[in-house]
Design a protein around this ligand. Structure first.
Ligand code: FES
Length: 119
């Protein structure tokens, strides 16, 4: 069972943007969207661009290279949700001023909603 790891402090990630962090050997993109922190795997499943550098609109991020769109809530490839292509998603919480992420494979493979930590 993995533990939550602190990646940043509240205020480090501007609203509507993402930042990438290494968490236990995994690059995680952490986003602030509409007051919620959400986290998915930072590597785009298409060709590996950093999704944290993408354009955030609501609960979706568009890859900066070829504009594939992914759900920040569950990692689904929104342009073809039946394809089975998805990014892993991770639990996020806010403890005091710390933004914390837990990287554990089961949340994404089960198709679970990873939720999000509130500011
Ligand atoms: S690398 Fe992300 S859409 Fe191509």
């Amino acid at each position: 069972m993995s533990e939550f790891r602190t990646v940043a402090k509240v205020g480090d990630i501007p609203e509507g943007q993402g930042r990438s962090f290494a968490v236990g050997g995994t690059m995680v993109g952490v986003f602030l969207s509409q007051g919620r922190y959400l986290a998915i795997n930072d590597f785009c499943p298409h060709m590996g661009a950093s999704l944290a550098d993408g354009y955030v609109e609501g609960d979706a991020v568009s890859c900066p290279w070829h504009a594939w769109r992914f759900s920040l809530v569950d990692g689904t490839w929104l342009d073809n949700s039946k394809s089975g292509i998805r990014s892993a998603c991770y639990e996020v919480r806010v403890e005091g001023v710390e933004i914390q992420v837990r990287v554990s494979a089961p949340a994404a493979s089960a198709g679970a909603d990873c939720g999000g930590g509130k500011t």
